[in-house]
Design a protein around this ligand. Structure first.
Ligand code: MG
Length: 375
């Protein structure tokens, strides 16, 4: 089996995209570099080269999940540092990738790796389609033939020993690792690149990247509904808050009708059934259980699938007790349990104008709607 190392070069301090170095800027809730690293998960051992100035930030970001190497003066120095850190006995091939290309697809990585079985080097590229001009002072000077010209991308893949030796021998100043490979007379296979595999460089690239993420965004909505009957008692628990009342609510657990509706809304958005599927009422251990156990489970399940709760809206339906004085505390408690900003959670109430079972004060009903987003 081939052992692969992936070197992600992210040592640049370039701020052409404005402000913070581009690989450390946020893109859809994650840094560009974290997205790039995630694209290579499962392909091999990941080595990230960062500026010594960014080392503390990188340690915090990756928590030991990648090997971090300090970069050098130039890009080639950074790559060389990473190559020299690799044990050539264990690694037979290496992919070298720009930290600012977060949209590389698994299919593209697979094409580069496949090409390496027939060639000592392989790299993705796209043929030029636009006409090619020379020009100066705002005037076109002439036309260049674009036949046989390509736009180079990364990851560029190499037999490990071949590229390490080529870097050792190279005098420096190469635009990329393919140039280093060519200087050592390595054969470089061209594999098909991808238009989406952009290198984020300019402010406009961030706008395009956000649009691309938007196109990939997975948005889900779920709803939940629950009813509990009144019984003897002196309080009810609603959305995690104890509210004094002349009656209690009957239920297998703590009968928190609002939290149950919200929990079911999250399960619904995930197409994961309802509370009863995850916490069977036939199981005695859930008798009298605090409902935050259910809500925490649903929120964790959403997170484990890559979703975040972007908002939730709960409506309690009852004549009494009065919900208004407690609504803000209820929203805060739900936000705390789900680890979501309080301004994204709403709890409100309505009566049913003394109609139906809620109007006759036989019980309380609750509705909830939730939105989950994965990007
Ligand atoms: Mg219930």
């Amino acid at each position: 089996m081939e052992e692969t190392a992936i070197i992600i070069v992210a040592a640049g301090r370039g701020t052409r995209a404005g402000g913070v170095p581009k690989q450390w800027r946020m893109l859809g809730g994650q840094t560009v570099l974290a997205r790039t690293v995630a694209a290579f998960q499962g392909f091999g051992r990941i080595i990230v080269v960062v500026s010594p100035d960014d080392m503390a930030r990188a340690v915090e970001e990756f928590q030991g999940r990648v090997t971090l190497i300090a970069g050098g003066e130039s890009r080639a120095d950074s790559v060389r540092n990473a190559l020299e850190s690799v044990d050539g006995e264990q690694i037979s091939q290496v992919l070298i990738h720009d930290g600012a290309r977060p949209f590389v697809s698994r299919a593209l990585v697979g094409r580069v790796l496949a090409a390496l079985s027939d060639a000592p080097a392989a790299a993705p590229a796209l043929p030029l389609t636009d006409a090619l001009w020379t020009g100066s002072d705002g005037r076109v000077g002439g036309i260049r033939n674009r036949d046989g010209l390509f736009r180079a991308q990364t990851p560029q893949g190499f037999r490990f020993g071949a590229i390490r030796d080529a870097h050792r021998a190279h005098p420096g100043g190469a635009a990329d690792d393919v140039e280093v490979a060519l200087s050592a007379d390595l054969d470089v296979a061209i594999v098909e690149g991808e238009e989406d595999n952009i290198k984020i460089t300019w402010p406009d690239d961030f706008a395009r990247a956000e649009r691309m993420l938007g196109g990939k965004m997975d948005i889900r909505t779920g709803n939940g509904f629950d009813v509990h009957a009144f019984t003897e008692g002196d309080h009810v628990i609603l959305c995690g808050i104890r509210v004094p009342h002349g009656r209690g609510l009957l239920g297998h657990s703590d009968a928190d009708v609002g939290m149950h509706a919200l929990t079911d809304a999250i399960y619904g958005a995930l197409a994961e059934g309802d509370i009863g599927r995850h916490f069977p009422p036939s199981d005695a251990q859930w008798k009298g259980a605090a409902s935050h156990i259910f809500l925490t489970h649903a929120a964790d399940l959403a997170r484990s699938r890559g979703y975040r709760v972007t908002n939730a809206d709960v409506t309690l339906i009852c004549e009494r007790p009065k919900i208004g004085p407690h609504a803000i505390d209820m929203a805060k408690e739900l936000s705390r349990i789900m680890d979501v900003d309080p301004d994204r959670i709403s709890v409100k109430a309505t009566t049913s104008e003394q109609l139906g079972f809620t109007g006759r004060e036989e019980g309380i009903a609750a509705l909830a709607t939730v939105t989950l987003v994965k990007s």
